[in-house]
Design a protein around this ligand. Structure first.
Ligand SMILES: Cc1ncc(C[n+]2csc(CCOP(=O)(O)OP(=O)(O)O)c2C)c(N)n1
Ligand SMILES: [Mg+2]
Length: 355
């Protein structure tokens, strides 16, 4: 005898601009020419910064760097759909989110040069420092969102993490609390198919990351993460829900990490060039550029103007970042605990970092 079905779930997928740059007019959000160009500028600036950061790393001018190549759509599309007062809790691969928010580029470089002070956000910019311990930022965002509910604050919290991050307990704890307390938080999973060398299918047996939200009574959606407009629309909708007191949303941005995990990695050891080449054709800037050109919003001259402007901004940021004094070596030890142990004090002296 067939059992009674008491609940069914489905997982929706949102794509608005396809790989050839064609848009589904019925799904297009109401964005002005200015807003569409703002997204393009943020994507170009993110890519330009990323290229420079990789070059600087090779010259030994910054430390290990995590490239965002291929993920600019997921990052700028989501960040630009938020309000200024919303709080962001990012991981280490959200350089494009910082840039879209207007984070000073030189401070980003200061961070990647190994100086934590680079993560001191300007006072009016509600963004937490990049979190390197995988998944740890998820529960921070949920806690902040629960506090916003208590304080009747109309801002929301947004946290970013990877497919690997979704294997952490923090993900499950975060979603569970957020669901129960209807916390105004958006969970943005950048599913870039890899957690260093571990492929997506080893993170979870679930076919999508989005469907895991259902287990916590939270809506989940999978979005083409290489379609910046789809990511924008999904984030705007989730933000609207959160602000209306309807609680959290999980957005899985289906994308691909085109570069190595970090500059310390060699991805040719665990994936093929053909795989990467296949995704190269789907990268987010190609289709968005065609879309803007077809709409008559972008032409060669304007494109050059935007690209040149980005180059200029990034070059100026490098000069500015390299002009600031590096941190004192003793800081490595000094700020790890509230009070220094006898051993730590001895180490500082022995290494001649301080008298
Ligand atoms: C708690 C913790 N465990 C392990 C690591 C080492 N580590 C750094 S990044 C990473 C994989 C992260 O994969 P994912 O969440 O998919 O993010 P992506 O790097 O793809 O953006 C791991 C295991 C870490 N930083 N923190
Ligand atoms: Mg990943």
């Amino acid at each position: 005898m067939p059992l009674k079905i008491i609940k069914t779930f489905d997982v929706k997928f949102l794509q608005i601009i396809d790989e050839s740059g064609r848009a589904d007019a019925g799904l297009l959000p109401d964005l002005t020419t200015e807003e569409l160009l703002k997204i393009y500028r943020a994507m170009i600036l993110s890519r330009t910064f990323n290229r420079m950061a990789l070059a600087l790393q090779r010259e030994g001018r910054i430390g290990t760097y995590a490239s965002i190549l291929g993920q600019e759509g997921a990052e700028t599309g989501s960040a630009l759909a938020l309000e200024k007062g919303d709080w962001i809790f990012p991981s280490f691969r959200e350089t494009g989110v910082f840039i879209s928010r207007g984070y000073p580029l030189w401070r980003m470089l200061r961070y990647w040069r190994g100086d934590e002070r680079g993560m001191e956000a300007p006072a009016d910019m509600n963004i937490f420092p990049m979190s390197v311990p995988v998944g740890s930022q998820i529960t921070h965002a949920v806690g902040a969102a629960m506090a916003m509910n208590i304080k009747k604050d109309k801002n929301i919290a947004v946290t970013y993490f990877g497919d690997g991050g979704s294997s952490r307990g923090d993900f499950h704890e975060g979603l569970n609390f957020a669901g129960v307390f209807k916390a105004p938080v958006i969970f943005i999973c950048q599913n870039n198919q890899w957690a260093i060398s571990l492929p997506r299918n080893r993170q979870s047996a679930a076919e999508t990351i989005a469907q895991r939200a259902a287990g916590y009574g939270v809506p989940g959606i999978q979005v083409d993460g290489n379609d910046v407009v789809a990511v924008y629309a999904a984030t705007a909708r989730a933000a609207e829900r959160a602000r209306a007191g309807e609680g959290p949303t999980l957005i899985e941005c289906f994308t691909y990490r085109l570069d190595d995990h970090t500059t310390a990695d060699d991805s040719s050891r665990y994936r093929t060039d053909e795989d990467v080449a296949k995704w190269q054709k789907k990268e987010p800037l190609i289709r968005y550029k065609i879309f803007l050109e077809n709409k008559g919003i972008l032409n060669k001259e304007l494109d050059k103007e935007i690209t040149d402007e980005a180059e200029g901004l990034v070059k100026a940021a490098v000069t500015e970042a390299e002009a600031v004094a590096p941190p004192a070596p003793a800081d490595i030890i000094k700020y790890t605990s509230a009070t220094l142990s006898v051993r730590q004090k001895k180490d500082i002296k022995a290494l001649k970092w301080e008298k």
